[in-house]
Ligand binder design. Structure first.
Ligand code: UDP
Length: 452
């Protein structure tokens, strides 16, 4: 019998393409085939990172692309502009694509369900119009989604104005058992200048109600990790933390030579340092980080993305590369899941993106938290205060995280037996959730059964 055919549409960013691809692999394992729709810009990067060309088919996953409406040279890190363009330009071509698929092979290949990233609400409207079943995936924590769904109430209570700006900065609790949230740290307020923040808030307001078109609402987390947040969104089903590293979702070419370098390091000695796909660091802060790693005396593997320091080149402190040659390794992009699971890795210095947080948690590696924006501050609260599997880095009076702070916290984390024990405990909890019979695994099975 032909496999049921699903269409999956992620938001065009690394931290969204990755979990939606992991979800796709899990669905292939359950007997589905997938058409995975990226924007052209993302598709070209995936293809380039694989040194491939043309169409890519693998394990019942077919990658296709549609234009996002921006010119090649336009800035796709301006998420407000990118999202507006996508909403204006992509619905028509997506509808055409689905029609074309549905007409091939006498309709035998028909799309039976469309699965969209929560940030792509317009996809649900297209699927709804075409009477196709719809699922939404929220690729971050349930707590972050709860905060967004609370926006109308926060405006009503006078905590936010109509543009999403806090009337005054304060700590609030969405529920008594969730960590306090700083109103200055809401997702949209940690991104770009005021104009960008307002633009992103407006998009959230437009996008969020489209959840009503969803037959299924899924989240890459599990109940055990954040039970109170799931209580706030009763129809949100957890199916994570998803496992399945995929070369079909990498936007930079992976440097896997770092794995053989890790093989040569002592067990549980290496600090793995990575800040995800968006974070940018100024030259001074970059220099402090380099010196902090050097002065920790530990081996380290540091992902220095080509755009990590923006346009700056020659960013390392004088003589740094020479001095750390024997125990430090810098790469442009790492196979992060494999790195984190390597027995030489002792801790993960992370920007606390949700995917990185889950990837660290599921292998039981203690985390050193350096959050920047979006949901990262909230994730840090869970890491440090709820699960107690990491420490936070504090800024000094000049707004810098100093080399002394980095050295002290790295060594403190490596010596903290309580945190190591907690990290192993949460690893087991997360693993059990996605193992056969676990709560996330059962939710996934129910979902797969429902859309067959
Ligand atoms: N990642 C990777 N190699 C790297 C750095 C990051 O494969 O060198 C992956 C990482 O495994 C994660 C994703 O990029 O799946 C980053 O997502 P996250 O939510 O942590 O952060 P974002 O990029 O959205 O800020």
């Amino acid at each position: 019998m032909a496999r049921p055919h699903l269409l999956v549409v992620p938001y065009p960013a690394q931290g969204h393409v990755m979990p939606l691809m992991e979800l796709s692999h899990n669905l292939v394992d359950r007997g589905f085939k997938i058409t995975f729709v990226n924007t052209e810009s993302i598709h070209n990067r995936v293809v380039a990172s694989m040194s491939n060309s043309g169409d890519i088919y693998e394990d019942f996953i077919h990658l296709v692309s549609l234009p996002d409406g921006l010119e090649a040279e336009e800035d796709r890190n301006d998420l407000g502009k990118l999202s507006r363009s996508i909403i204006d330009v992509m619905p028509g071509p997506l509808e055409e694509l689905i029609k074309k698929i549905n007409e091939t092979n006498n309709g035998e290949d028909r799309i039976t369900c469309v699965i969209a990233d929560q940030n792509q609400g317009w996809v649900l409207e297209v699927a709804n119009k075409m009477s196709i079943k719809r699922a939404v995936v929220w690729p971050a924590s349930a707590a972050a989604l709860a905060a967004i769904l609370h926006i109308p109430k926060l405006i009503e209570e006078g905590i936010l104005d109509e543009d999403g700006i806090p009337i005054e900065n304060q700590m609030i609790h969405l529920s008594p058992t969730m960590p306090a949230m700083n109103t200055a740290h809401f997702v949209w307020l940690c991104m770009g200048d005021l104009a960008m923040q307002k633009a992103i808030f407006k998009l959230l307001i437009i996008n969020t109600p489209t959840i009503k078109f969803a037959d299924y609402l899924l989240c890459n987390s599990c109940d055990e990790l954040e039970p109170s947040a799931f209580t706030l969104i009763p129809n949100l089903k957890h199916i994570g933390p998803l496992f399945a590293s995929s070369r079909l979702a990498q936007l930079w070419p992976e440097d896997s030579t770092c794995l053989s370098w890790l093989d040569q390091q002592p067990a549980r000695s290496v600090i793995y340092v990575a800040f995800g796909s968006f974070t940018v660091m100024d030259k001074q802060q970059f220099g402090e980080l380099a010196l902090g790693l050097e002065q920790s005396g530990q081996p380290f593997l540091w992902v220095v993305r080509p755009d990590l320091t923006g346009d700056h080149t020659d960013v390392y402190p004088d003589g740094f590369e020479e001095r750390v040659r024997s125990r430090g390794r810098m790469v442009g992009w790492a196979p992060q899941r494999e790195v984190l699971a390597h027995p030489s890795v002792a801790c993960f210095l992370t920007h606390c993106g949700w995917n990185s947080t889950m990837e660290g948690l599921t292998v039981g590696v203690p985390l050193l938290c350096w959050p920047y924006f979006a949901d990262q501050m909230l994730n840090k609260s869970y890491i440090c205060d709820i699960w107690k599997i990491g420490l936070g880095l504090d800024t000094n009076e000049n707004g810098l995280i100093s080399k002394e702070e980095i050295k002290t916290k790295v060594l403190g984390l490596l010596a903290d037996e309580g945190i190591k024990e907690n990290a192993l405990k949460w690893k087991e909890i997360a693993k059990n959730s996605v193992s056969d019979g676990g709560t996330s695994s059962r939710n996934f099975d129910d979902f797969a059964e429902a859309i067959k």
